[in-house]
Design a protein. Structure first.
Length: 342
């Protein structure tokens, strides 16, 4: 509209002031005016199209409405920036909370050795069972040795314990030069080529990814894990059975106590890590029990047998330790020693 009025004014001025002087000059001025105005109009059209293209680009990039103009775009961008700032602030708060949890965890580690805190640790394990356990936690790999090449001690600690869950022996190496052929797998953050040894490359530790890789490449070594039990108690009285069993249950699960010889022999069908029994309850069948327990330990080499007797005894080679007295504190120390070492 403004261009049209300006053009009309210039043409009128040329008509009244230039035409009477020189007709040719009148046409030249009119042509120049028309050319200038056409150029300005073309520039404005192009500029407007560029603005529209820019607006469309911002709309598409920010997922805004395609019909908005520059004013609406400005308001939408303002809202978008506010949303992003709020999201960033929320993420900073989450990071702060997570950092505090990590600090609490690190500070708590030194207190785990205290006996009174064992039950708290068990409660944590129960509370976060879904995070700590794998769906295929009953799988083991037999005769599989793994070499770990990594310089992060915490990551190595986690890797070795995850592998140990699957009955896999692992060793930590600084480089691949000293890795012998007895190792079937290398775990590292970089691809390592060593003879015919497979390499699992990880960026961060994910137990499920490790298990999936093992199942895909070592299925011939895979089998189902037998359910393990911790303690079997066979004392001379029900009171002692319950006493020792209750203490064991405070620290470990899957414990049993029996009151008769028949039940004791029946229980040996399970795989126990520690067996506590009184000499008084087996002394009349000592030879039979000796044979049974010696064979049991051949089949379960990690089992330890504690024999309690107040008198001096002989010919009990099946016993790893003979006790003539045992307090609550002694029993707790023995539990930790023999169960944690398996």
């Amino acid at each position: 509209m403004i261009l049209a009025i300006l053009t009309l004014i210039l043409f009128v001025l040329n008509y009244y002031f230039i035409l009477p002087i020189n007709e040719n000059l009148f046409f030249i001025y009119n042509f120049i005016i028309f050319l200038i105005l056409t150029t300005i109009a073309g520039y404005m059209i192009i500029k407007n199209n560029q603005n529209k293209a820019f607006v469309r680009y911002i709309n598409n990039f920010c997922n805004l409405s395609s019909s908005c103009n520059l004013i609406e775009l400005k308001q939408m961008l303002k809202n978008k920036i506010y949303t992003l700032e709020k999201s960033l602030k929320d993420q900073e708060n989450k990071n702060f909370i997570l950092e505090n949890h990590i600090n609490y965890l690190l500070k708590s580690l030194k207190y785990l050795k205290n006996e009174d805190n064992i039950s708290f640790v068990k409660n944590l394990q129960t509370q976060y069972k879904n995070l700590l356990s794998l769906e295929d936690g009953n799988i083991v790999f037999n005769n599989l040795n793994v070499a770990i090449i990594n310089n992060n001690e915490l990551e190595n600690f986690l890797l070795q314990n995850i592998l140990l869950e699957f009955n896999i022996h692992s060793e930590i190496f600084k480089n691949s030069q000293n890795i012998s052929k007895e190792y079937s797998l290398i775990v590292s953050k970089e691809k390592i080529i060593k003879d015919n040894i497979l390499c699992f490359v990880f960026t961060y530790i994910d137990a499920k990814s490790i298990l999936l890789f093992l199942q895909e490449n070592f299925s011939h070594l895979c089998s189902n894990k037998q359910k393990e039990y911790n303690v079997l108690i066979f004392k001379s009285t029900i009171f002692e059975n319950n006493l020792f069993l209750n203490i064991a249950n405070q620290y470990f699960s899957h414990n049993d106590a029996v009151g008769y010889l028949y039940d004791f022999k029946k229980s040996l069908e399970k795989n126990y890590k520690l067996i506590l029994l009184d000499y008084e309850v087996i002394k009349y069948d000592i030879q039979l029990i000796s044979n049974i327990l010696e064979n049991y330990k051949i089949q379960n080499p990690h089992t330890n047998v504690l024999l309690f007797s107040k008198e001096r005894i002989k010919n009990c080679n099946f016993a790893d330790k003979i006790l003539n007295d045992i307090s609550k504190k002694d029993w707790i120390l023995l539990l930790k020693k023999y169960i944690n070492q398996v």
